[in-house]
Design a protein around this ligand. Structure first.
Ligand code: NAP
Ligand code: GDD
Length: 339
């Protein structure tokens, strides 16, 4: 039987890399879109080698998307590409809108014109709930985004609904709550904490500067979440789903646990930096994933404490490897024992 073909935008990102692995395990032909950069951005997928096919394209460029969808004729399209960092969305609101909002329309147009039978997954976000109007949040909770990123995601969400309703295309959105891993970008708070904990444990730094410690998020483990993306495209009818753990924890709690993993007290190292506060904050997110549990068999495999441990351990090892690669004439900082 011919293998199913999946086209992934954002394949070089955290989720794209885990999704590619998952689909390869299921014998898919996996094609990814990468954009041209002056230095290589393929660190998260290098290990996959030629098991994935890569094409150059950009969510900003309609022709490139149309051409690739036409050539590849995918059975499934996963739109994971975005300017995904909330802080940057205030610094670059127009770019964020172009990529994260209008980019969705460009990709949907490519699918509509070149391969209308493709099933399309749109990466929607719990940031759309923003200043939440009810707790926990489910698929019927009204949206109230609080950043140019959240607003762009809301546009992407509704244009996906609109292509489904206007053209009868199989388009579905996963409203995913925060999900993390050792592959998380270092600008996001969880990875910023675990990477800095590792540097402090190795004696390379003393401080971790953070903004709002009271913010609460529903944090899960990214490899668990990418499986639900595929499940959504296997349903008889397209439908949007919230995917979340149902637990919420503060940035402070994350810090406490992360530092305790290496035997340190977070209060000795964390410095509150007002310049890291956001112009408008999302105070507390927690999802109700009952529909995903019922229809998709969703269950979060990794809990909060294990997530923190997995990330700290990975960063401690990463920093140790970085230290080993230093030139031999450079003095090594003392490596303390943390257990
Ligand atoms: P990520 O690590 O930031 O990855 C973003 C990907 O988008 C990267 O591959 C990036 O390519 C690509 N990209 C950015 N601009 C592009 C453009 N103009 N054209 C083509 N590709 C472009 O994000 P993630 O955490 O994997 O998240 C995946 C998706 O889920 C995103 O849409 C995000 O907004 C959404 N989401 C994430 C979470 C979460 O907690 N992780 C929760 C809800 C929704 P480069 O490598 O070249 O930069
Ligand atoms: N990044 C960062 N850096 N966040 C900090 C810091 C800091 O130094 N200090 C406190 N925070 C707080 C932020 O104010 C926010 O309330 C919370 O930590 C989480 O921030 P991020 O990790 O940057 O993630 P996010 O919740 O804003 O957005 C992520 O999750 C969304 C899903 O809800 C991103 O992955 C989005 O792309 C995704 O849609």
């Amino acid at each position: 039987m011919k293998p199913r073909t999946a086209l992934i935008t954002g394949i070089t990102g955290q989720d794209g890399s885990y999704l590619a692995e998952h689909l390869l395990d299921l014998d898919y032909r996996v094609v990814g879109i990468t954009r041209r950069t002056s230095s290589h951005a393929d660190g998260r997928i290098q290990h996959l080698g030629d098991r994935v096919e890569l094409f150059g394209a950009d969510l900003l460029d309609q022709t490139s998307l149309l051409s690739i969808v036409d050539q590849v004729q995918p059975d499934e399209v996963y739109n994971l590409a975005a300017q995904s960092f909330v802080t940057t969305s205030w610094q670059q609101p127009v770019l964020t809108g172009e990529v994260t909002a209008l980019g969705v329309t460009r990709l949907l147009e490519a699918a509509r014109l070149a391969c209308p039978t493709a099933r399309v997954y749109q990466a929607s976000s719990s940031e759309m709930f923003g200043n939440v109007t009810e707790t926990p949040q489910n698929e019927r909770t009204p949206f109230y985004p609080r950043s140019p990123y959240g607003i762009s995601k809301l546009y992407g969400h509704w244009i996906a609904v609109n292509y489904r309703e206007s053209y009868g295309m199989f388009v579905t959105s996963g409203i995913l709550f925060n999900h993390e891993s050792p592959r998380r970008g270092r600008e996001f708070v969880t990875r910023k904490i675990t990477h800095q904990v590792a540097r402090i444990a190795h004696g390379l730094d003393r401080e971790l500067r953070l903004g709002n410690l009271d913010a609460r998020r529903d944090w899960g483990y990214a490899p668990d979440y990418v499986r639900t993306m595929r499940e959504m495209l296997q349903r008889a009818q397209p439908q949007d789903y919230v995917v979340a753990t149902g637990e919420t924890h503060s940035v402070r709690e994350f810090c406490e646990l992360a530092f305790s993993e290496v035997g340190l007290d977070w209060e000795d190292h964390v410095v509150r930096d007002p310049s890291l506060l956001r112009p408008a904050e999302v105070d507390c997110l927690v999802g109700d994933a009952s529909a995903a549990r019922r229809d998709l068999g969703w269950t979060p495999g990794v809990g909060f404490a294990d997530l923190v441990r997995i990330m700290v351990e990975a960063d401690v090892m990463l920093v140790a490897r970085e230290l080993e690669r230093r030139p031999t004439d450079e003095p090594l900082a003392a490596v303390p024992k943390w257990r």
